[in-house]
Design a protein around this ligand. Sequence first.
Ligand code: SAH
Length: 213
Amino acid sequence: MADLARHRGMRNKLVRLLIDKGIRDKEVLKAIGAVPRHLFIDSSFEEFAYQDKAFPIAAGQTISQPYTVAFQSEKLALKPGQKVLEVGTGSGYQAAVLAQMGIKVYSIERQKELFDATKPLLSKLGYKLYMKYGDGYAGLPNHAPFDGIIVTAGAPEIPKALLEQLKPGGNLVIPVGREVQKMKVVKRKSETDFEVKDYGDFRFVPMLHDRNA
Ligand code: SAH
């Protein structure tokens, strides 16, 4: 579990690439420059960990592309100390980037195998966050409301429970669609008023119902 100068060098290059691709948020860039992405994927992919690519992880899922992680993190527009709900913990990389930014992360994963592997990994790497094995369609009503919500799986539509658990002023960042998804940012302007903005096309594994043991 080593993080060497060589890895840090590759991370700095990745950060420069993300700046070229349009990521501007300094806190996001700093976090991507700090989180050892090579420790979140199978060691056979180690040499590719800092390319801007998605990779397979366990249970047929993927670790999101660094650009996607940076884009979604930027769109959340959160400050340190605020609370975020993530649906789709997966490898834990996106959760670690948000935690590295000083955000309080609550993350849900429906694949037992991933949940069981990622929970101890994040804790070993020193990230303190709340993790639940469950179905993200329901959100986390006991910990709501959240300053921001991020969904990292392709949702067929925007789940109502997630809108209800968003604080006024907060953003829900969610890829919506089946084969290809449009990134949507839903801003809760007041208790009753939501504004939706559409961004580009992304590809995620699907957001599925119920837990998978
Ligand atoms: N944020 C992750 C991305 C993993 S891919 C990372 O950085 O690695 C998306 C994840 O969403 C998968 O692990 C998948 O099992 C999970 N997922 C899909 N539908 C879900 C649901 N309804 N609730 C919780 N997790 C879900």
